[in-house]
Design a binder for this molecule. Structure first.
Ligand SMILES: NC(=O)c1ccc[n+]([C@@H]2O[C@H](COP(=O)([O-])OP(=O)(O)OC[C@H]3O[C@@H](n4cnc5c(N)ncnc54)[C@H](OP(=O)(O)O)[C@@H]3O)[C@@H](O)[C@H]2O)c1
Length: 414
């Protein structure tokens, strides 16, 4: 019986130690990510018949575990104890990884021990009647985000996942590049390709907020690959070139405008100032795409501060598709533009197996770059990486962290 191994030290394939190194949050540490996330030694979890244990080579960093650190809007530990009946009083998170399958449950057929994989974070109960009926499992009541709403995610030396989450690792990528992209890429793919008839078609204009971020960098490239024309929005001119390199046909700096935030009441005098700001932003789109141009899809996640403008600038029959409320959860907007121009406001959340596989195919073919950020993080820098994200100081693209991979650049061809 192996008690614990150092990071990077491999027990014989299939031999599972009793304990492992992991990063976790506890309720008495909720707050700034730099203090909330701490390295601990935790038990390696047992797996159910449909689950796998992954020897994690590298992980990505996602905003969901900034929320987990803050303990808001949901206390993920209390919620899990209540709804899943789990006893653990910690959250060992992480929703993106590349690694090697190290153990499998008795019903697992799609992977075997030793397979190199990436893991997407759609998690659901296979016995959920909705899932059993064959409908989109992301709409099932039991659906959760792996490594955020479930324990033992990718900040663990050995992560626990459901077998269907595993996708063969793209051979063209290093462990760290393979481990950093899938949560954002699969979410962006569903947002852009999952809500027919509002999916990206040739020459469609797509407005992408936070375009140099994890989601945004994926959205730019997926739009380009589907024949669309992405327009990027950022807050720093230094982020512009990155967006152009990822396919943007033009970039808008949101700091050139000041009408952000909740929209004033339409009968208040301030409303006219808001309309001027929204029109000026629309003019910035025209300056890039031509007079009268309007995005057929607006790729949203800032939420409260930007949604009124997104609803204003979307084209007639266009869709605002949103997966977060980074700046706040309250919706305001001028409904007249919404119904008269027959726009669609669509919520979207992560992805199903097919969508995660479809975007990984684009990555494996070299068509979508995982956008591994320039700075590569060490395992002991997991807390700091979340703090940078919280402070909007993260490097462009997707942050990667070495877990059991000890050196950068390994894993290509595997
Ligand atoms: N539901 C899902 O399935 C799902 C999946 C992935 C992510 N998310 C959520 O989506 C959000 C973004 O995730 P991410 O990984 O892309 O994060 P990220 O890498 O930190 O990028 C977010 C970008 O948003 C922009 N931003 C921040 N505050 C803004 C504001 N007030 N107005 C406009 N833009 C603002 C920033 O760009 P500029 O400052 O350059 O504009 C930043 O680069 C997070 O809230 C995350 O939890 C949800």
């Amino acid at each position: 019986m192996v008690d614990i191994v150092d990071l990077g030290q491999r027990p014989p394939v299939g031999v599972v130690p009793e304990k492992m190194h992991a990063f976790a949050v506890r309720q008495n540490r909720f707050g700034q990510p730099r203090d909330a996330w701490k390295r601990e030694v935790l038990p390696v979890p047992s797996i159910k018949d449909d689950e796998v244990l992954i020897y994690v080579m590298a992980t990505g960093i996602n905003f969901n575990n900034v929320w987990a650190a803050l303990g808001t809007p949901v206390d993920v530990i209390a919620e899990r104890q209540k709804s899943l009946g789990e006893k653990e009083d910690f959250h060992a998170g992480g929703s993106d990884c590349s690694g090697i399958v190290w153990a499998i449950g008795k019903d697992v057929k799609n992977v075997k021990i030793g397979d190199p994989v990436v893991v997407h974070s759609g998690w659901w109960d296979k016995d959920d009647p909705w899932v059993k009926s064959g409908k989109d499992p992301m709409l099932a009541d039991s659906t959760r985000i792996w490594g955020y709403q479930t324990n033992y995610g990718s900040y663990c030396q050995f992560a626990r996942a459901q077998a269907h989450q595993c996708i063969p690792k793209p051979k063209n990528l290093t462990w760290e590049a393979a481990g950093c992209y899938l949560l954002c890429a699969s979410t962006a793919y569903r947002m852009l390709m999952g809500w027919a008839p509002n999916i990206v078609e040739k020459d469609d204009l797509v407005l992408v907020w936070g375009a140099a971020g994890g989601l945004g960098s994926m959205a730019l490239q997926i739009t380009r690959e589907m024949g669309g024309k992405p327009i990027a929005v950022v807050s720093e001119d230094s982020r512009k070139q990155f967006c152009m390199d990822k396919g943007a046909i033009g970039v808008i700096n949101r700091k050139n405008f000041n009408h952000w935030g909740a929209m004033p009441n339409t009968s208040a005098p301030e409303y006219n100032d808001w309309v001027k700001g929204a029109r000026a932003f629309g003019k910035a789109i025209w300056d890039i795409a031509g007079k009268g141009a309007a995005p057929r899809i607006v790729f949203e996640h800032p939420g409260e501060t930007t949604l009124p403008t997104s609803m204003f600038v979307a084209s007639t029959g266009g869709m605002i598709v949103i997966c977060a409320g980074t700046s706040g959860y309250t919706i305001t907007g001028d409904l007249r533009y919404h119904w008269m121009r027959q726009k669609r406001l669509q919520g979207s959340h992560l992805s199903n197996d097919e969508q995660a596989a479809a975007v990984t195919k684009l990555v494996a073919a070299g068509k979508v770059d995982p956008c591994l950020a320039d700075r590569l993080f060490k395992f002991d820098e997991i807390a700091e990486a979340h703090q940078l994200m919280h402070d909007n100081k993260a490097p462009a693209g997707n942050m990667g962290v070495l877990v059991n991979a000890t050196k950068a650049g390994e894993g290509v061809g595997i």
